[in-house]
Ligand binder design. Sequence first.
Ligand code: ARG
Ligand code: ZN
Ligand code: CA
Length: 263
Amino acid sequence: KENVVTIPVVVHVLYKNSEQNISDAQIQSQLSVLNADFRKLNADFSTVVPAAFQGAASDMQIAFCLATKDPSGNPTNGIIRKSVASSFVFDDNYYVGSNGGDNAWDPSKYLNIWVGAFTNNNLLGWAYPPVAAGYPDDGLCITYTAFGTMGTAQAPYNKGRTATHEIGHYFGLNHIWGASNNPTVCGTALNDDGCADTPATNQPYFGSPVFPDNSFMCNPTATGAMFMNYMDYVRDGSMAMFTNDQKTIAQNTLSGPRASLLN
Ligand code: ARG
Ligand code: ZN
Ligand code: CA
């Protein structure tokens, strides 16, 4: 049945210099990626997802829009820009206005995304899972070098997939290899992502693997691992799908702990 929900998004840009004060167009480019990836409308789907896995791929039926009303009901473009001190630690203070960050808009009503510069340049982003629903730090943090598809976004993380991946976590999805990176946990709950249609692996895939690759599978098959899933660790250009079981988890989150986003 056709039932697409739309999530209101607010982007908090916390910048130390003009380069980090990314453009509205760059933010729009990220929204466009989300609206393609979560609807299985991404142009790279048929080239990146092998035929063997295309049948397991899902339209998540989730759309995103920049908020048009702020928490007081006033018109907004859904983008907040805040200049922060050069000493500002984005990692800890992003959601603390009194420490120079920017307070969330009611996280039970908006998906808050903070964009800034992490202390560790290799960190692309993080997100809170549904158990954090409504907490003041709930939402996503993404580095300005991996947000959107233009401007300050840098290859190989310039296709907007960091936010796609992080929003997967936000809706309750785990990594394909489960909660542990320990190869010895195959067959335990620790390496189960709760999805029967994502073959179990015992560690992330990185870079741009060539299909088929079963090197990290718990039960190796000729079809190989689903490393092209958004919830693996491959480069942006090598990930292009969510599965039907992942959709079930996300939709359960939207009728459960994150239902208030749709009010
Ligand atoms: N390491 C991050 C995480 O586990 C993000 C990985 C994003 N991958 C990407 N190709 N953009 O949440
Ligand atoms: Zn992750
Ligand atoms: Ca699985």
